[in-house]
Design a protein around this ligand. Structure first.
Ligand SMILES: [Ca+2]
Ligand SMILES: [Ca+2]
Ligand SMILES: [Ca+2]
Length: 231
């Protein structure tokens, strides 16, 4: 079989693709791609606010009342100038923050306006250098602070984060955070992180799935179109 007629057939099939119905089909695909992109972009825009924000905080991020901020790994006494058993709390601080007065295993009550994807974040110096600490939310354990066996464990500053299951531990949008253990420590702040408000996820997910479906459909159609034109 000579190549001549085959090439001719290919050229004529390509020419057919560029006229009549084929052009409007390409327009339709382009429209679908644009629409799918817009839908996906809007879904991503809607998903953006779901980044965790501080919903409630006990105390303040002032580095144990010593002024400014301090990093994990700082030493509360040596690096930061803290003095044991001396309160650095300011008048506006709630009890048991910014001060080395935690032998009483205090609890923190945080009220917030509802939310999802909740987690608990605490910056504490010198905790669990003698034993472990249980972290409770509304009386249910959400994790444990392991013993800090380092030589400077009694004054090391660390930030601890614990996930909180949606719904199960939260009643009346109020969390009571408590610590049970046996040695003194200083708390800079205790905060509740999450996405404020109700549960926007189902709508967002539906939009994203719809958008990806349109893109996938367009890609499949485009692929089969190419196959036909070179058959
Ligand atoms: Ca303070
Ligand atoms: Ca301690
Ligand atoms: Ca503080």
């Amino acid at each position: 079989m000579s190549e001549g007629p085959q090439i001719y057939r290919r050229i004529s099939s390509i020419l057919k693709m560029s006229t009549g119905d084929s052009v409007s089909y390409r327009d339709m695909i382009m429209k679908k791609i644009l629409m799918a992109s817009a839908v996906t972009a809007s879904a991503m825009f809607m998903a953006a606010p779901s980044q965790a924000a501080v919903l409630a905080m006990a105390g303040d991020d002032d580095c144990f009342g010593l002024g400014g901020t301090c990093a994990d790994g700082s030493l509360w006494r040596d690096d930061l100038g803290g003095v044991f058993f001396t309160s650095n709390a300011t008048a506006s601080d709630p009890a048991f923050t910014d001060e080395w007065d935690a032998f009483n295993n205090p609890s923190y009550s945080l009220a917030f306006g509802g939310g999802t994807g909740l987690s608990l974040e605490m910056r504490i110096a010198g905790i669990a250098d003698i034993g472990t600490y249980d972290v409770l939310v509304n009386g249910v354990s959400v994790g444990m602070i392991p013993q800090n066996t380092g030589a400077n464990g009694f004054q090391e500053v660390l930030t601890y984060t614990f996930g909180i299951a949606d719904g199960s531990l939260i009643a009346n949008n109020n969390v009571v955070i408590s610590l049970t253990g046996g040695d003194g420590y200083s708390v800079d702040y205790v905060s509740l992180l999450g996405t404020a408000g109700g549960i926007p996820e189902p709508t967002t997910w539906a939009m994203m799935i719809f958008g990806f479906g349109l893109i996938g459909g367009s890609m499949r159609r485009r692929k089969s179109n190419v196959t036909v034109s070179y058959a």
